[in-house]
Every structure is written in structure tokens, then in C-alpha cells.
Design a protein around this ligand. Structure first.
Ligand code: BDR
Ligand code: CA
Length: 316
């Protein structure tokens, strides 16, 4: 099995991403770590605990950073509902959070996994920025880090900034300079591979609590018509939401659905209209160092297939 950490800020799309990760039998999820992002850290931590319970995932849940490394805390509750899961309030899990900080748990698991640990980061990169600052040897212990974040063309927070990297560009900068092998699932690729309301009608037809919850949690975004944003190249007339984090987990679960291109990414860390921008550079670089791979295309059919597998898993 592949040892994983899921670092997240649930969050509507984080919630469905956790359901997906928990359904993959080849994933050994060593811990779920929370970070402040879509909503505050108390809520993202409680949501992580409650979602793990719904998914039947028994693993450590550890609390991460309450605010970005340098910037003040912000949230995206306008897009995720005041508690982060649309209008859904889950029954509280009896499980307590781990007493350690998220970054200490990640480090311990990285050491235990002896260089095999994979991380999927679905929120601001604060916990990873702290990890790499506190434990400089962590970089060579991480086999791969897949992030939902950044953009090649346009942002969703400002002209070029995608929310997760905009929220904590300082941490993102540390991560991209660290030498950790980073795969970046960027915004436009995700928008182009969106599942439509018709697809979701097929997927959610099964009779299981996770399918019902997925539908209820997603509804908040569908009703707000977020999936219809006119983002120049990804114009859509279908209101179903993008579920960025869920597609990111799907790319890790089935790498055949995504095409990557190696590149170098610098992060705009200054405050201002370009904050959080990912400068994606495909040009040959004199030093030869290229910090990551960026997603170029995700197969819509492939993504739908991965989601079908997920619902089949829960139906049993
Ligand atoms: C990202 O920002 C958050 O609001 C979502 O959960 C996703 O991780 C999309 O920009
Ligand atoms: Ca997220």
C-alpha cells in the first residue's frame, strides 16, 4: 500500500476528496491534517474528524495552522457555507484529534515511511511550509507532494492567483523551493474536465449514505451557480461545481487520467494584485532545476470513471 497524508481545509470539495481518498484500497492514509483556509481551523479540524467517520476511515486527525505563515487569516466561507460543508452539519465524531501539531505528525510519518510518504495537499500550504522550516531534512523524506493549487492562465481569487496559493504564498514559496517533487493540479485543467449535472445525476443515483451526503454537500455550490463562472476559456452553462480537490485526488488515484508537463514555478509572495500567482515557466533553464510538474489536461471520462469506482466501493 502507498502511505499517504491528506492535508486539507474541508471545505465542500475537500469533503468529496476525502470520501474519494478513503475509498481507494491502495491508499494507506496515515493521517488527515487540517489547515485554516475555507473556514477556520476549529471547523476544518472538526469537519475532518466528522468526514473520516462518515467515510469509515480510521486514522489520525491532527490540527494544523490557524493562520498563514505571514499573512493574516482569511476564509472562503462565502463559497463553502459558514461551517464549510454548505448547509450540512454532520453528527460530531466521538474521535478526538491527535495531540500533536499537523507538521510534527507529518514528519513522524515521513520518517516511519522511510522515503515512501506521499502527501496530497488540498488547502493553503501552511502546514508544509512550517514542516520544511522546522525539519529541513523532511524534503528528502517526501516521495511526492500533489497539490491542488495555482494556475497557468487565470486565477479564482485575483487575476492570476488561485485561492490556496493566494492564501499563503509564503508557504507555497518555501514548498516550491524545497526540492520536494511537486505535482501541481492547476485551475484551468480542472475547469475543463468538470463533470456536468447529467454526470452527477448518474453518479449519485446509488443508494448509500456517502452518495446522499455528497449530493447534499455539493448542492450549496450548485445552487450558487459557481460552476457557471465565465472564465474565458472554460465557459460553462452547467451549474455543477468544479470540485477541484476531488479531481486532484482522482489524478493521484489514477495517474492515467492526467497529462503533466515539467516546468519551473515561482510564486508571487508580495501583497498586491498578483499575490499568489504561479509563474509557470516551461523554458529551458540554465540551472536545469525545475521545481514541479504542472497538469496540462485531465480526462473528463477518466475522472467520471474514478468517481464511479468510489460510489461502487461505498455501495459495497
Ligand atoms: C481551492 O480553494 C478552496 O476553496 C477549495 O477547497 C480548493 O482547494 C480552489 O481554488
Ligand atoms: Ca481545499
Amino acid at each position: 500500500k502507498r502511505p499517504f497524508i491528506i492535508d486539507c481545509d474541508p471545505g465542500i470539495d475537500d469533503a468529496v476528496a476525502l470520501f474519494l481518498a478513503a475509498s481507494r484500497e491502495e491508499f494507506d492514509i496515515r493521517a488527515v491534517t487540517s489547515v485554516a483556509g475555507n473556514v477556520n481551523i476549529d471547523l476544518t479540524t472538526q469537519n475532518a474528524l466528522d468526514l473520516c467517520r462518515e467515510a469509515g476511515l480510521s486514522t489520525i486527525v491532527a490540527r494544523g495552522a490557524a493562520a498563514p505563515m505571514l499573512y493574516p487569516a482569511s476564509d472562503a466561507s462565502f463559497a463553502h457555507g459558514v461551517r464549510g460543508l454548505g448547509t450540512v452539519t454532520l453528527p460530531a465524531s466521538p474521535q478526538q484529534e491527535d495531540p500533536r501539531h499537523a507538521w510534527d505528525v507529518i514528519y513522524d510519518e515521513a520518517v516511519k515511511a522511510g522515503g515512501r510518504l506521499e502527501i496530497i495537499a488540498l488547502g493553503p500550504l501552511t502546514n508544509l511550509g512550517i514542516l520544511l522550516t522546522k525539519y529541513p531534512d523532511a524534503a528528502r523524506l517526501i516521495a511526492n507532494l500533489t497539490i491542488m493549487g495555482g494556475s497557468r492562465i487565470y486565477g479564482n481569487q485575483n487575476a492570476y492567483g488561485e485561492y490556496n496559493l493566494w492564501a499563503d504564498p509564503t508557504a507555497a514559496d518555501i514548498v516550491f523551493r524545497s526540492g520536494v517533487p511537486v505535482d501541481m493540479v492547476e485551475l484551468e485543467t480542472i475547469f475543463r474536465a468538470k463533470l456536468t449535472s447529467g454526470d452527477w445525476g448518474d453518479l449519485l443515483a446509488c443508494d448509500h449514505r456517502v452518495a446522499r451526503l455528497t449530493g447534499e454537500i455539493m448542492r450549496y455550490k450548485t445552487e450558487r451557480g459557481e460552476g457557471m463562472q465565465d472564465l474565458i476559456t472554460a465557459k460553462s452553462d452547467d451549474p455543477s461545481p468544479f470540485l477541484c480537490d476531488c479531481m486532484t485526488v482522482a489524478c493521484v488515484a489514477d495517474p492515467s487520467i492526467v497529462a503533466w508537463k515539467r516546468c519551473h514555478v515561482d510564486i508571487e509572495t508580495e501583497d498586491g494584485p498578483s499575490r499568489g500567482r504561479t509563474l509557470v515557466d516551461f523554458s529551458p533553464r540554465p540551472s536545469g532545476f525545475r521545481s514541479c510538474r504542472v497538469s496540462m489536461e485531465v480526462s473528463r471520462e477518466g475522472f467520471k470513471r474514478v468517481m464511479e469506482e468510489m460510489f461502487r466501493f461505498y455501495e459495497g
